[in-house]
Design a protein around this ligand. Structure first.
Ligand SMILES: [Zn+2]
Length: 673
């Protein structure tokens, strides 16, 4: 029996789960489900990444311990996956002892192999990305997210990254190792530009796994997090069962990730594994980002969609189908409630759902609920053969496309069969045949309904990994039992048995009307009150309920009690000059995907500001818009241009920046305090 091991990234617990997390998890879930149908001994892993300075700070801001904070968010992820019926075999948390001990084991092994040494690091660090920014100067922005990097000076443990440059480049020669091609090229360029040794410990905060034999240091959060892929299946354990599992499942067949973490997975992770003398994953597959169309009812608010809203209104299958059918896997895709409902109605309600209900209802009506069989050759026509041929082709093509992660095209192919059968039914008019009692008509009717039912069975089988719930119900309605027992390798035309007794026929995808869109938008608006926590890492909390020390800011000035650690006084905050400005000019910065050059009127003058928001906002949509800028930030140079101030935006985990703005009309130059 072959094995198949697939992983999602473990999700960072600095924000609650949203549709972007669901997207990755759904994609992995469908792959895992198909592998099980193919007969592979499948292991599907997901979990949460819970250490690091960013979590420590977020917890502090929320008035919680990092562990409490991590417990809460991790539980939200787990509950969401359970509610969605995600079929993961394990759920790893990096604060679990099974993980922390094994990470230390990995660290020891790499150190013993001579690839870890102690040194001093002085340089820039982006806390938001937990990323060391080589070559940056104090005050420089992070090349990934545009936030200002922090200067760190510490004694650290270093990983001899430089020893692996050639070996890594050899790995990328295999086109399947990093997919898609664009990401592979990006990684090759990065490694070719030279690898500097990497600091893999921190000593200025404590929320992490202690370095073995030197507990003043904690292990770099990415080293810790990436190791989950081996710790979860038993690496570093002395338990024989765990060792057995590790031997069986490692190396991973697929690490599926979002494109923003390609470098960590395709450069850092293989280097750590090489240093430890471990086998490398077979493939790292990166998908693009889900972009969110701003909904009509909440133009000036954040636009991250909660998965729960869609589950409540349309169910998990609708979301799964939409994301895999609508978005070309590997590229960025767009999400909107309108598009979701449109796709749901056309492909699921009117497509597969309608095919199932009309076919099975007619078998009930004309053949007492038993699958009829064409009784003699004379009742066959070229049209029947054409459907059979389309079905055979669909089985072949669907498998090939799906196994290359081309989910959208695979589904398009399968729904091509749905369309072919719909047309076949319309042209052969089984309802007219059913009105006649002569033997030829009965025989022809049997052939037409058998052909339709057999095509339905094949589409249902192929689509099962993508829409598991609805297909399981159609399968039962067809009298075929438990769809999980299906051996998809043997799927072929003509297997539907004569006389199979149908189960009770019920619609699986009721049509959604316009009110579904409104309902989802309303649910989202209600969730996006001031208490919404997605923007936690972008704006300081102002609610006294979550931050007791801030309730009376004046009285606490200067107090150094532990409760005030990491907090600032009102005087500190007053040093930041936040002002309302209006964008007068906006244009792309040449050769930069992220940066826009803006000219912003702040009442007293017009400032040139560079902002890393080009992937979220087209320049022409910004002209005339009011924004919030930090007006007294020291000027910085970016790409040879001077930036005088910083534009304020909410940072959404895995999503795009969202500019701060006002519901009310505010004059240009107004100060925020
Ligand atoms: Zn950054």
């Amino acid at each position: 029996m072959s094995k198949f091991y697939i992983t999602t990234p473990i999700y960072y617990v600095n924000a609650r789960p949203h549709i972007g997390h669901a997207y990755t998890t759904i994609a992995c879930d469908t792959v895992a489900r198909r592998q099980r149908l193919l007969g592979a001994d499948t292991f599907f892993l997901t979990g949460t990444d819970e250490h690091g300075q960013k979590i420590e700070r977020a917890a502090q801001a929320a008035g919680k311990t990092p562990q409490q904070y991590a417990d809460e968010i991790s539980a939200q992820f787990r509950a969401l996956w359970q509610r969605m019926g995600i079929s993961n075999d394990d759920y790893i948390r990096t604060t679990e002892e099974r993980h922390t001990k094994r990470v230390q084991e990995l660290f020891r092994r790499i150190r013993d192999n001579g690839y870890i040494y102690k040194g001093t690091y002085t340089g820039q660090y982006c806390v938001s990305d937990e990323l060391y920014v080589d070559g940056a100067q104090p005050g420089d922005p992070c090349p990934t997210c545009g936030r200002i990097t922090e200067t760190v000076h510490e004694e650290n443990y270093f990983f001899r990254f430089s020893a692996f440059q050639d070996k890594l480049l050899e790995l990328y020669a295999n086109p399947d190792f990093v997919r898609p091609e664009t990401r592979r090229n990006e990684v090759i360029a990065f490694v070719r530009s030279g690898l500097r040794d990497l600091s893999i410990s921190r000593s200025t905060f404590s929320w992490g796994i202690p370095v073995p034999d030197d507990p003043k240091h904690v292990i770099y959060v990415w080293f810790d997090a990436l190791a989950n892929y081996i710790t979860a299946i038993g690496y570093g354990s002395s338990h024989p069962g765990a060792q057995e599992a590790f031997k069986k499942y490692w190396p991973a067949d697929v690490h599926m990730i979002g494109k923003e973490i390609v470098r960590f997975h395709c450069v850092y992770w293989p280097a750590f594994l090489l240093a430890a003398g471990l086998e490398l994953p077979k493939a790292i597959v990166a998908h693009g980002w889900l972009l969110f169309e701003e909904s009509k009812m909440s133009k000036s608010r954040g636009n991250v969609v909660r998965t729960e809203t869609i589950l409540d209104v349309l169910g998990a299958d609708a979301l799964r189908y939409f994301l895999l059918r609508e978005v070309v896997f590997g590229q960025d895709g767009s999400f909107s409630f309108d598009a979701l409902v449109q796709r749901y109605n056309s492909d699921l309600a009117n497509g597969l759902g309608n095919l199932a209900s009309r076919t099975l209802t007619m078998i009930n009506r004309y053949f007492k609920g038993e699958v009829p069989y064409p009784s003699h050759a004379a009742s066959k026509t070229a049209a029947d053969d054409a459907v059979a041929e389309t079905a055979r082709k669909t089985i072949r093509e669907f498998g090939t496309l799906f196994d290359q992660f081309q989910f959208s095209r695979a589904l398009e192919t399968a729904w091509g069969l749905v369309a072919a059968v719909d047309k076949y039914i319309v042209e052969n008019e089984p309802w007219a045949l059913g009105e006649r009692q002569d033997e030829d008509s009965r025989s022809r009717l049997a052939t037409v309904l058998y052909t339709a039912a057999e095509a339905l069975r094949i589409v249902t089988a192929l689509a099962h990994p993508v829409i598991p719930d609805a297909t399981a119900r159609i399968w039962t309605q067809m009298g075929l039992g438990d769809i999980k027992k299906l051996a998809i390798k043997e799927l072929s035309w003509g297997q539907l048995q004569l006389g199979t007794k149908l189960g009770e026929v019920q619609p699986v995808f009721p049509r959604a009307d316009k009110s579904a869109i409104e309902r989802m938008q309303q649910m989202e608006d209600q969730q996006r009150g001031p208490a919404a926590d997605e923007v936690k890492d972008a704006v300081p909390p102002t609610s006294p309920a979550t931050s007791p020390a801030k309730a009376q800011p004046g009285t606490n000035a200067g107090a150094a009690s532990p409760a005030n650690e990491g907090k600032i006084t009102i005087e500190d905050f007053a040093k930041v000059d936040l002002r309302v400005g209006r964008v007068k000019v906006a244009e792309r910065v040449p050769k930069s995907d992220k940066l826009l050059r803006l000219e912003i009127d702040i009442g007293t003058e017009v400032r040139q500001v560079l902002a890393g928001i080009a992937e979220a906002y087209a320049p022409e949509t910004l002209v005339g818009r009011k924004v919030v800028i930090v007006a007294n930030l020291a000027p910085r140079k970016m790409r040879g241009l001077e930036s005088n101030g910083m534009i304020v935006a909410a940072s959404l985990e895995g999503g795009q920046p969202v500019l701060a703005s006002f519901l009310e009309d505010v004059p240009v130059g107004a100060r925020l305090k």
